[in-house]
Design a binder for this molecule. Structure first.
Ligand code: CTP
Length: 445
């Protein structure tokens, strides 16, 4: 083959005029190849379902679709009934090049069970704009149109971009639904503050399509740097019974531990989450063990510790348990004072550290005074690789809250104070700090 033939096979750009449609495809082709070769974060080969619900912001979904496609994503659009009143399915069909799922019962039999096919293949479900209506349906499993049908047949990562009137967004029922969805691992991109379609000014505008695109890229291109590693996480409080109806516990919500477990899972780890009694939804994609007392938690940790690469003890384990549990309910009659006799529970971390071989062990320190000094003492005393200290007396962070302010102290006593952040972000930073110490571990070691 002559060099001139080769030259021609690869399409000489100087021979393609800008009026030639080939020129456009040539540019797209080169752009996509460049992205692939340079491994620039893009969405090529990603399959996304764009769920559109009925809002005045539905038109922005067109721009979003265009952006997703320009990044190389293959997009299937699913619409709620109300969305079809704002935009016709044909618009999305023409732009995406795929049929739009907007009717549960389609006369075309080849499209029957279409939502099952689409949802099986997808890497991400992006609901944008998400109205209060679709949020309510998703949060509570209500299925009455194409989009809500699709949601219940889908089990992968979900990103929701709400758009609604500010009073609706501030409504406690909507807020509660959002909390429910976040507990299930559904991610949100907050609506923006500004002038709304109804004329009022407040928080409710759909996030800018470019910002939504960035979040999509972040989710789909997240690193899998914990792939092959086994991460054992404890979370939540423990409960110690006094009698058949009463127990001693603490206000830990489990949110920090669940966030760590989900972040490790999302980064490819094989996660076992041992949880005390919490009101959180059991996260998908990990092994979940429920327990109640410190003794039970200790047994589960012992059972799984030798097999893990990382132990993260974020549980707020009760330090004391009654010497004996009364068989019958303790009566108040004839008692002006009730004295309880308590014994210390076993320190799970101290116990387990004796069995340590390769494991990286992280403890948490909940402190109300002398944060750094007390945490340092626990790090040394419990022989930990890392301790995460938080000040439980600070308002708005810690127990129950979605945010936390923590200080990380490594075995070499290097101290890093983090700002107040959502617990899911703290979880990711914690994993970033742990990961370099695991470089000696090969997959499944
Ligand atoms: N921990 C444990 N077993 C216990 C109590 C605590 O393994 N019986 C773990 C916690 O999960 C946490 C760390 O030890 O990772 C520190 O817990 P914290 O309650 O802050 O401290 P304690 O060791 O219990 O000491 P104190 O309550 O006196 O501060």
């Amino acid at each position: 083959m002559k060099s001139a033939d080769i030259y021609f096979e690869f399409v000489d750009p100087t021979h393609i005029s800008s009026y030639n449609p080939n020129y456009y495809y040539f540019k797209v082709f080169i752009f996509q190849k460049l992205i692939e070769v340079l491994n620039i974060s893009s969405l090529s080969s990603k399959k996304i379902i764009l769920g559109v619900s009925g809002s005045i912001a539905s038109y922005k979904a067109i721009e979003l679709l265009r952006l997703l496609i320009s990044e190389g994503a293959r997009v299937n659009v699913a619409m709620s009934i109300n969305a079809t009143k704002f935009i016709t399915p044909l618009t999305f069909e023409a732009l995406s090049g795929n049929s739009v799922y907007s009717q549960v019962f389609n006369s075309n039999t080849s499209l029957l069970m279409e939502h099952i096919q689409i949802s099986k293949a997808a890497d991400l479900l992006l609901i944008a704009p998400a109205t209060a209506g679709i949020i309510g349906k998703v949060a509570n499993g209500i299925v009455d149109d194409a989009l809500s049908n699709l949601y219940v047949s889908y089990s992968g990562p979900t990103l929701v971009a709400p758009a609604m009137n500010d009073a609706m967004y501030a409504n406690p029922a909507v807020k509660l639904n959002i909390v429910k969805m976040k507990d299930r691992g559904i991610q949100f991109i907050e609506p923006e503050h500004g002038e709304l379609a109804c004329g009022s000014i407040g928080q409710g505008r759909l996030a800018e399509p470019l910002n939504i695109l960035e979040t999509v890229k972040k989710i789909l291109n997240s690193k899998k740097d914990f792939h092959g590693l086994r991460v054992l996480v404890t979370a939540g409080p423990t409960q110690e019974s006094l009698d058949p109806v009463r127990f001693i516990t603490n206000p830990s919500s489990g949110k920090m531990g669940y966030a760590v477990a989900c972040a490790a899972r999302d980064r490819g780890a094989n996660v076992t989450l041992i949880s005390g009694p919490c009101h959180l939804t059991v996260p998908a994609g990990l092994s979940f063990i429920s327990c109640r007392t410190a003794i039970e938690m200790n047994q589960h940790v012992e059972k799984h510790f030798l097999d893990c690469n990382v132990l993260i003890m974020s549980a707020a384990v009760g330090d004391f348990a009654p010497i004996q549990i009364e068989k019958e309910k303790i009566k108040k009659k004839n008692k002006s004072i009730l004295t309880l006799e308590l014994l210390p529970t076993e320190d799970i971390l101290k116990n387990i550290i004796r069995l340590k071989t390769k494991q990286f062990v992280v403890g948490f320190a909940a402190e109300s005074e002398n944060l750094t000094q007390s945490a340092l003492e626990k790090l040394r005393n419990k022989d930990l690789d890392l301790i995460v200290a938080n000040d439980i007396s600070s308002p708005g962070v810690g127990f129950q809250s979605d945010s936390n302010q923590v200080t990380l102290i490594k075995r070499n006593e290097e101290i890093e104070k983090l700002p107040t952040l959502p617990k899911i972000e703290i979880a990711d930073i914690l994993l970033n700090v742990i990961r370099p110490s695991l470089s000696g571990f090969s997959s499944n070691s």
